[in-house]
Design a protein around this ligand. Sequence first.
Ligand code: GSH
Length: 230
Amino acid sequence: MNGLKLTYFNIRGRGEIIRMLLYTRKVTFDDFRVPLNFWFDGQKGKIGDRHVQLPIMTINGVEYPNIQSVPLFYYFARECDLYGQSNLERLYIDQFLRYYEDMISLDVPMFVTPELGRKAVIERPFWELMYRKTKPINIDALEKNRKTMYPRMFSYVEKLIVMNAKRGWEFCVGKKFGLADIALHVATQTAFQEAPEVFHKFPGIRAMRSLTEEQKYLKVYLDTRPYTPL
Ligand SMILES: N[C@@H](CCC(=O)N[C@@H](CS)C(=O)NCC(=O)O)C(=O)O
Protein backbone atom coordinates (compact mmCIF):
# COMPACT_ATOMS: atom_id res chain seq x y z
CA MET A 1 0.00 0.00 0.00
CA ASN A 2 1.28 3.44 -0.85
CA GLY A 3 -0.04 6.90 -1.74
CA LEU A 4 -2.30 6.70 1.32
CA LYS A 5 -4.11 9.72 2.71
CA LEU A 6 -6.90 9.82 5.26
CA THR A 7 -8.96 13.03 5.11
CA TYR A 8 -11.00 13.33 8.28
CA PHE A 9 -11.76 15.78 11.07
CA ASN A 10 -9.42 16.21 14.03
CA ILE A 11 -11.44 13.75 16.10
CA ARG A 12 -11.28 10.00 16.58
CA GLY A 13 -14.84 9.48 15.33
CA ARG A 14 -14.99 7.43 12.16
CA GLY A 15 -11.34 7.89 11.30
CA GLU A 16 -9.54 6.49 14.31
CA ILE A 17 -9.91 2.80 13.53
CA ILE A 18 -8.26 3.42 10.15
CA ARG A 19 -5.44 5.38 11.79
CA MET A 20 -4.86 2.70 14.42
CA LEU A 21 -4.86 -0.18 11.91
CA LEU A 22 -2.21 1.60 9.85
CA TYR A 23 -0.10 2.61 12.83
CA THR A 24 -0.19 -0.96 14.17
CA ARG A 25 1.64 -2.09 11.03
CA LYS A 26 3.75 1.06 10.76
CA VAL A 27 2.20 1.88 7.38
CA THR A 28 3.08 5.40 6.23
CA PHE A 29 0.08 7.60 5.45
CA ASP A 30 -0.91 11.25 5.36
CA ASP A 31 -3.20 11.85 8.35
CA PHE A 32 -4.90 15.01 7.07
CA ARG A 33 -7.10 16.47 9.83
CA VAL A 34 -9.53 18.99 8.34
CA PRO A 35 -10.19 21.80 10.83
CA LEU A 36 -13.88 21.79 11.77
CA ASN A 37 -14.22 25.52 11.23
CA PHE A 38 -12.72 25.13 7.75
CA TRP A 39 -15.38 22.58 6.86
CA PHE A 40 -18.30 24.48 8.30
CA ASP A 41 -17.24 27.98 7.24
CA GLY A 42 -18.28 27.38 3.66
CA GLN A 43 -14.83 26.29 2.55
CA LYS A 44 -15.86 22.67 2.16
CA GLY A 45 -15.51 23.15 -1.63
CA LYS A 46 -11.76 22.92 -1.18
CA ILE A 47 -12.19 19.32 -0.02
CA GLY A 48 -15.18 18.21 -2.05
CA ASP A 49 -18.66 19.25 -3.17
CA ARG A 50 -21.64 19.45 -0.83
CA HIS A 51 -22.39 15.77 -1.34
CA VAL A 52 -19.13 14.74 0.25
CA GLN A 53 -18.80 13.48 3.80
CA LEU A 54 -15.71 12.41 5.68
CA PRO A 55 -13.73 10.21 5.82
CA ILE A 56 -12.34 10.49 2.31
CA MET A 57 -9.62 7.93 1.61
CA THR A 58 -6.86 8.14 -0.94
CA ILE A 59 -5.33 4.79 -1.88
CA ASN A 60 -2.43 4.51 -4.33
CA GLY A 61 -2.99 8.19 -5.10
CA VAL A 62 -6.66 7.65 -6.07
CA GLU A 63 -9.22 9.53 -3.99
CA TYR A 64 -12.33 7.66 -2.82
CA PRO A 65 -14.99 10.03 -1.43
CA ASN A 66 -18.07 8.72 0.39
CA ILE A 67 -16.57 5.26 0.44
CA GLN A 68 -17.98 4.69 3.97
CA SER A 69 -15.85 4.20 7.03
CA VAL A 70 -16.82 0.63 7.93
CA PRO A 71 -15.85 -0.91 4.56
CA LEU A 72 -12.54 0.96 4.96
CA PHE A 73 -12.01 -0.68 8.36
CA TYR A 74 -12.41 -4.09 6.75
CA TYR A 75 -10.27 -3.18 3.76
CA PHE A 76 -7.33 -2.02 5.86
CA ALA A 77 -7.75 -4.80 8.40
CA ARG A 78 -7.44 -7.32 5.54
CA GLU A 79 -4.50 -5.47 4.01
CA CYS A 80 -2.76 -5.38 7.39
CA ASP A 81 -3.60 -8.99 8.29
CA LEU A 82 -5.61 -7.83 11.30
CA TYR A 83 -8.94 -9.37 10.29
CA GLY A 84 -8.92 -12.79 11.96
CA GLN A 85 -7.70 -16.21 11.04
CA SER A 86 -10.98 -17.87 10.07
CA ASN A 87 -14.49 -17.03 8.95
CA LEU A 88 -15.74 -17.73 12.49
CA GLU A 89 -13.21 -15.31 13.97
CA ARG A 90 -14.39 -12.71 11.47
CA LEU A 91 -17.97 -13.21 12.67
CA TYR A 92 -16.81 -12.33 16.19
CA ILE A 93 -14.75 -9.39 14.93
CA ASP A 94 -17.79 -8.02 13.10
CA GLN A 95 -19.70 -8.29 16.38
CA PHE A 96 -17.19 -5.94 18.03
CA LEU A 97 -17.62 -3.52 15.13
CA ARG A 98 -21.35 -3.41 15.84
CA TYR A 99 -20.64 -2.57 19.48
CA TYR A 100 -18.34 0.20 18.25
CA GLU A 101 -21.27 1.69 16.27
CA ASP A 102 -23.55 1.44 19.33
CA MET A 103 -20.99 3.05 21.57
CA ILE A 104 -20.15 6.03 19.38
CA SER A 105 -23.85 6.79 19.00
CA LEU A 106 -23.96 7.18 22.81
CA ASP A 107 -20.95 9.51 22.88
CA VAL A 108 -22.04 12.12 20.33
CA PRO A 109 -25.12 13.50 22.19
CA MET A 110 -22.87 14.49 25.09
CA PHE A 111 -21.24 17.06 22.82
CA VAL A 112 -23.86 18.00 20.23
CA THR A 113 -27.32 18.64 21.64
CA PRO A 114 -30.51 18.66 19.54
CA GLU A 115 -31.20 22.23 20.69
CA LEU A 116 -27.89 23.37 19.27
CA GLY A 117 -28.40 21.22 16.20
CA ARG A 118 -27.06 22.49 12.91
CA LYS A 119 -26.49 25.91 14.43
CA ALA A 120 -23.84 24.39 16.61
CA VAL A 121 -21.92 22.86 13.77
CA ILE A 122 -21.85 25.96 11.61
CA GLU A 123 -20.80 28.31 14.35
CA ARG A 124 -17.06 28.40 14.46
CA PRO A 125 -16.77 29.91 17.94
CA PHE A 126 -18.88 27.05 19.25
CA TRP A 127 -16.50 24.45 17.87
CA GLU A 128 -13.47 26.30 19.04
CA LEU A 129 -14.97 26.42 22.48
CA MET A 130 -16.00 22.80 22.38
CA TYR A 131 -12.58 21.60 21.36
CA ARG A 132 -10.95 23.36 24.24
CA LYS A 133 -13.43 21.85 26.64
CA THR A 134 -12.52 18.74 28.51
CA LYS A 135 -16.06 18.14 29.73
CA PRO A 136 -19.18 17.33 27.71
CA ILE A 137 -21.63 20.17 27.20
CA ASN A 138 -24.74 18.04 27.66
CA ILE A 139 -24.53 17.03 31.30
CA ASP A 140 -27.84 15.11 31.14
CA ALA A 141 -26.48 12.89 28.38
CA LEU A 142 -23.24 12.40 30.32
CA GLU A 143 -25.12 11.38 33.46
CA LYS A 144 -27.38 9.00 31.53
CA ASN A 145 -24.33 7.38 29.93
CA ARG A 146 -22.42 7.22 33.19
CA LYS A 147 -25.27 5.70 35.20
CA THR A 148 -27.12 3.59 32.66
CA MET A 149 -25.97 3.37 29.08
CA TYR A 150 -22.21 2.76 29.44
CA PRO A 151 -22.61 0.13 32.21
CA ARG A 152 -25.29 -1.66 30.20
CA MET A 153 -23.30 -1.69 26.96
CA PHE A 154 -20.06 -2.56 28.76
CA SER A 155 -21.72 -5.52 30.49
CA TYR A 156 -22.59 -7.04 27.09
CA VAL A 157 -19.05 -6.62 25.80
CA GLU A 158 -17.51 -7.83 29.07
CA LYS A 159 -19.56 -11.01 28.82
CA LEU A 160 -18.30 -11.55 25.31
CA ILE A 161 -14.69 -11.06 26.40
CA VAL A 162 -15.07 -13.46 29.34
CA MET A 163 -16.66 -16.10 27.07
CA ASN A 164 -13.92 -15.66 24.51
CA ALA A 165 -11.22 -15.96 27.19
CA LYS A 166 -12.73 -19.34 28.19
CA ARG A 167 -12.08 -20.53 24.64
CA GLY A 168 -8.41 -19.79 25.22
CA TRP A 169 -8.52 -16.56 23.22
CA GLU A 170 -5.96 -14.05 24.44
CA PHE A 171 -7.31 -11.03 22.60
CA CYS A 172 -10.87 -9.87 21.96
CA VAL A 173 -11.01 -12.42 19.18
CA GLY A 174 -8.47 -15.21 18.75
CA LYS A 175 -4.84 -15.39 19.71
CA LYS A 176 -3.67 -12.47 17.62
CA PHE A 177 -4.15 -8.75 18.05
CA GLY A 178 -6.51 -7.28 15.48
CA LEU A 179 -9.45 -5.17 14.36
CA ALA A 180 -11.72 -6.21 17.24
CA ASP A 181 -9.19 -4.96 19.80
CA ILE A 182 -8.80 -1.65 17.98
CA ALA A 183 -12.59 -1.25 17.62
CA LEU A 184 -13.05 -1.89 21.35
CA HIS A 185 -10.38 0.64 22.27
CA VAL A 186 -11.88 3.34 20.05
CA ALA A 187 -15.42 2.46 21.15
CA THR A 188 -14.56 2.94 24.83
CA GLN A 189 -12.18 5.92 24.58
CA THR A 190 -14.72 8.73 25.08
CA ALA A 191 -16.21 6.85 28.04
CA PHE A 192 -12.68 6.38 29.38
CA GLN A 193 -12.07 10.13 29.17
CA GLU A 194 -15.42 11.26 30.56
CA ALA A 195 -16.50 8.50 32.97
CA PRO A 196 -13.42 6.40 33.87
CA GLU A 197 -15.07 5.08 37.06
CA VAL A 198 -17.44 2.99 34.90
CA PHE A 199 -14.49 0.75 33.96
CA HIS A 200 -13.96 -0.51 37.53
CA LYS A 201 -16.53 -3.26 37.13
CA PHE A 202 -15.21 -4.40 33.77
CA PRO A 203 -11.76 -5.98 34.13
CA GLY A 204 -12.01 -7.75 30.79
CA ILE A 205 -12.47 -4.49 28.90
CA ARG A 206 -9.63 -2.91 30.86
CA ALA A 207 -7.33 -5.84 30.08
CA MET A 208 -8.14 -5.70 26.37
CA ARG A 209 -7.56 -1.94 26.28
CA SER A 210 -4.15 -2.48 27.90
CA LEU A 211 -3.18 -5.10 25.33
CA THR A 212 -3.96 -2.57 22.60
CA GLU A 213 -1.93 0.12 24.34
CA GLU A 214 1.04 -2.27 24.51
CA GLN A 215 1.22 -2.78 20.75
CA LYS A 216 4.70 -1.59 19.82
CA TYR A 217 4.04 0.93 17.01
CA LEU A 218 0.52 1.78 18.10
CA LYS A 219 1.82 2.79 21.51
CA VAL A 220 3.89 5.58 19.97
CA TYR A 221 0.79 6.96 18.26
CA LEU A 222 -1.48 6.61 21.31
CA ASP A 223 1.09 8.35 23.51
CA THR A 224 1.38 11.34 21.16
CA ARG A 225 -2.01 11.73 19.44
CA PRO A 226 -3.86 15.00 20.02
CA TYR A 227 -6.48 15.08 22.76
CA THR A 228 -9.96 15.21 21.25
CA PRO A 229 -13.31 14.84 23.05
CA LEU A 230 -14.76 12.43 20.49
N1 GSH B 1 -21.86 6.42 7.01
C1 GSH B 1 -20.79 7.36 6.79
C2 GSH B 1 -21.01 8.55 7.67
C3 GSH B 1 -20.13 9.68 7.29
C4 GSH B 1 -20.37 10.88 8.18
O1 GSH B 1 -21.43 11.00 8.82
N2 GSH B 1 -19.38 11.76 8.25
C5 GSH B 1 -19.48 12.95 9.08
C6 GSH B 1 -18.33 12.96 10.06
S1 GSH B 1 -18.34 11.53 11.12
C7 GSH B 1 -19.36 14.19 8.20
O2 GSH B 1 -18.68 14.20 7.19
N3 GSH B 1 -20.04 15.27 8.61
C8 GSH B 1 -19.96 16.53 7.93
C9 GSH B 1 -20.98 16.70 6.83
O3 GSH B 1 -21.88 15.83 6.69
O4 GSH B 1 -20.87 17.68 6.10
C10 GSH B 1 -19.46 6.68 7.11
O5 GSH B 1 -19.44 5.81 8.00
O6 GSH B 1 -18.42 7.02 6.49
